[in-house]
Each structure stands twice: as structure tokens, then as C-alpha cells.
Design a protein around this ligand. Structure first.
Ligand SMILES: C[S@@+](CC[C@H](N)C(=O)[O-])C[C@H]1O[C@@H](n2cnc3c(N)ncnc32)[C@H](O)[C@@H]1O
Ligand code: SF4
Length: 382
């Protein structure tokens, strides 16, 4: 039976962070029952057309899904288990923020069936948390992390580095402290300026200056080295895990497996009757809910991807992974050979420069290649 990963989007947050362009919205009161029912309806609609699948992971993302009533997560999980055949070791992740409101509900989420938590710690320094517009302090983040580790078998957390005026020594000290708190997984993101965010405005006015490329590279390399010393391997550009602790859900995306996306703004990639569909839902929460109430789903767009489009997507995803891409799987998934999807002149150069490695069953970006992945992919992918 074909496998399936399920993503469920909760679009609400307590406040909008100045760096974030995720589909997140602030409301005086969150319309909990309405969004619970709409998510369940859209899941039912999607399950009906997908048909039987082996369900490998469920991911509650956001927004801040830890603001969802735990009962809602429990109901959605029970639905998913009814519609699909859940793996015995189904991975069920919840993104959570470390504020006290949400930390207090973690036990209820565990009882609802969540077995992995990804905490948005972002920094272990109070001044950085203020700069990032977060609602929690460093002590609160550490307390939430300890609480989560006591409740869940698998815990990850996120940090944002390469912040303005952060030097190598300061980041190394913060990272070492973080590595001492790791359970099985850690996501380490370099701060990026996303269009339309408050940071974007400040950046364009020259009020916010990011580390230059050289320092960015130095920070990235030091990050991988430190993580490795603590037994964490970088399995994707920004993700580190103990062996076996990798996020199965995110691996499904990067390996270009099938996933369904439920909720406002959620994306999906699904093979139905031999056609690979890209689905997108309406982003604005209330109009999305209106559509679901009227039609059973809030789909904004659904397109069938050509072999060339699938090849492109699979390359952009797969070369983020340390394991790279297996040419046989590539051909099976996209209908094209790996060689026909990449510029052979650029490939020869990238192999010579040591940015790419090629083995019989694997084409992968090296650590040096992953450091300049965007430029590499722009040149390599046809
Ligand atoms: C969907 S968001 C977070 C979910 C949760 N609401 C939170 O804030 O913790 C996933 C992660 O992306 C990262 N992120 C978001 N915007 C970013 C940016 N502009 N630069 C770097 N990392 C970013 C943050 O680490 C964040 O935790
Ligand atoms: S970073 Fe998280 S809490 Fe902040 S606006 Fe984005 S989704 Fe919401």
C-alpha cells in the first residue's frame, strides 16, 4: 500500500513574530469549534478521494497548533486512523510554543495521541527573544523543554541564529548550552528576511543588518561541528538528529513522498490514479472555513505536475538531504532520469569543485555544496 504523510495546519498565534511569513493570524478569540469541525470535514473529504493508504506520520503545524484544544487533535487523529492504516509506530508531531499557556496543556496533548513535540525555543538569550518578538523568556523555554522531555518520547526544538550582531563565539556558547538540552532532534535555522515581514521593512531601511556571507558560512560550519561533537548528525541543511531521531514527516517531504495538507494554506502532493497533484488551500482562515462548510474542502488550486516539474521539485527537496537522491527512486517518482533533469556541464563542475558527490545509488550535495545550496540548485536544476 502507498504511504502517506498528513499535515494539519492551525493558523492562529498569540502574536505575530516580526520575522515570520508563515500563514499565521492573531484573533481576539480563536473560534475553536468552527475550526475543529472544518478541519475534520476537510480531512474526511481528502481521505475519501485518496483511498486506502499506509499512514506514516501526522504533523500539526502552524501557526501555533499548541493553541488548539487538545481534544481537537485527538479527534483529528482518531479520524485519520479510521480513514487510513496507521503504522504501528505512527509519528505524531505537534509544534508548540514555550509560553506557560501552552506548556500547561502538553500533558493533555500527550493523552490525545501526540508522541513528538517540536518546541519553538528560537533562542536561549532573553535579549534575542525580545528582538525576535517572542512571548517567552529563556528560563521559560528551558522549563518547557524539560517538561516536554518528561512527557514525550521524542522532542525537538528550533533555534534561529545568524542574528544581527551575533558573533561566532556568542553563537557557539548558546549552541553548546542548547546541545546539552537536546533529546533526539534539533532544528537550527539561519535568520532569513522574508518579504512582507516587519524585519523586511527594517532591513530595507538599513535598521537591521545581518551577518555577511563569510560570517554566515563560518556560523554554519561551526554549527555542524558542534552538533556532531554532541552526537547529532546533520541530515538536512538545517536539521540535526541522533541516528533514528530524524523527523519521519519532514523526510517524507524531502524524499518527495506523498503528503496531504489539511487546513488554511496547507500544501499537498498526492499521486491519485497515476497523476501527481499539487494542492493548495485558501490561506485566509475564515474564508477557508466558509468554503469547507459549503463544499467540504477549501482547495484554492489543484494542478497535475508534469514529469519536468516533478523532477525539479524532487531535486530541490532531495539535495537538501545529506543522503541525497537515489537515481532509481528519482526515475520511479518523476518518470525522468536524473541525468536528463540536471545540467551536465554544471554537474561536472560541481563534482570537480567538491560541491556534489556521485555514487552508483546516490547523488548528494556535500557539506560545502549545502553551504551554497541555493546558488548550486539554481545552476544545476534544468
Ligand atoms: C511554523 S514556524 C514555528 C511554529 C511555532 N509557532 C513557533 O513559533 O515556534 C517553524 C520554525 O521556522 C523558523 N522560522 C520561521 N521564520 C523564520 C525566519 N525568517 N528565519 C529563520 N527561521 C525562521 C522558526 O524557528 C520556527 O520555529
Ligand atoms: S514564528 Fe510561530 S508564533 Fe511566531 S508568528 Fe510564526 S508561526 Fe506564529
Amino acid at each position: 500500500m502507498e504511504s502517506l504523510a498528513l499535515y494539519i495546519h492551525w493558523p492562529f498565534c498569540l502574536a505575530k513574530c516580526p520575522y515570520c511569513d508563515f500563514n499565521s493570524h492573531v484573533r481576539d478569540t480563536i473560534p475553536q469549534p468552527r475550526f475543529r469541525d472544518a478541519l475534520r470535514l476537510e480531512l474526511a473529504w481528502e481521505a475519501e478521494r485518496i483511498g486506502p493508504r499506509r499512514l506514516t506520520s501526522v504533523f500539526f503545524g502552524g501557526g501555533t497548533p499548541s493553541l488548539m484544544e487538545p481534544e481537537t487533535a485527538g479527534l483529528l487523529l482518531a479520524d485519520a486512523r479510521r480513514y487510513f492504516t496507521a503504522d504501528p509506530d505512527l509519528e505524531v508531531t505537534l509544534e508548540a510554543n514555550p509560553t506557560s499557556v501552552e506548556a500547561g496543556r502538553l500533558a493533555a496533548f500527550r493523552n490525545a495521541g501526540i508522541n513528538r513535540v517540536s518546541l519553538g525555543v528560537q533562542s536561549l538569550r532573553d535579549d534575542a527573544l525580545r528582538f525576535l518578538g517572542r512571548q517567552h523568556g529563556a528560563d521559560q523555554a528551558v522549563a518547557a523543554l524539560e517538561l516536554a522531555r518528561g512527557l514525550f518520547p521524542r522532542v525537538s526544538f528550533d533555534l534561529i541564529y545568524a542574528r544581527p550582531s551575533q558573533n561566532l563565539a556568542a553563537w557557539q556558547a548558546e549552541l553548546r548550552q542548547a546541545l546539552g538540552l537536546v533529546a533526539d532532534h534539533l532544528s537550527l535555522y539561519q535568520l532569513t528576511i522574508e518579504p512582507g515581514t516587519r524585519f523586511d521593512t527594517q532591513h530595507r531601511r538599513g535598521e537591521l543588518i545581518l551577518p555577511d556571507d563569510d560570517l554566515g558560512a563560518e556560523l554554519y560550519e561551526a554549527t555542524a561541528e558542534e552538533a556532531q561533537r554532541f552526537g547529532l548528525l546533520g541530515y538536512e541543511v538545517s536539521n540535526y538528529a541522533v541516528p533514528g531521531g530524524e523527523s519521519r514527516h519532514n523526510l517524507a517531504y524531502w524524499r518527495y513522498g506523498d503528503y496531504a495538507g489539511i487546513g488554511p494554506g496547507a500544501h499537498g502532493r498526492l499521486r491519485i490514479e497515476g497523476v501527481r497533484l499539487a494542492t493548495t488551500r485558501h490561506r485566509a482562515p475564515e474564508p477557508w472555513a466558509d468554503l469547507v462548510e459549503r463544499h467540504g474542502h477549501g482547495t484554492r488550486e489543484q494542478v497535475a505536475l508534469s514529469p519536468a516539474e516533478q523532477s525539479r521539485e524532487m531535486l530541490l527537496m532531495g539535495l537538501r538531504l545529506t543522503e541525497g537522491i537515489d537515481p532509481a527512486v528519482f526515475a520511479e517518482r518523476t518518470g525522468m532520469t536524473l541525468d536528463s533533469a540536471i545540467d551536465q556541464t554544471v554537474l561536472t563542475m560541481a563534482l570537480d569543485e567538491g560541491y556534489i558527490t556521485r555514487l552508483p545509488h546516490r547523488l548528494a550535495a556535500t557539506a560545502a555544496g549545502r553551504l551554497r545550496l541555493d546558488a548550486l540548485l539554481a545552476a544545476l536544476v534544468l
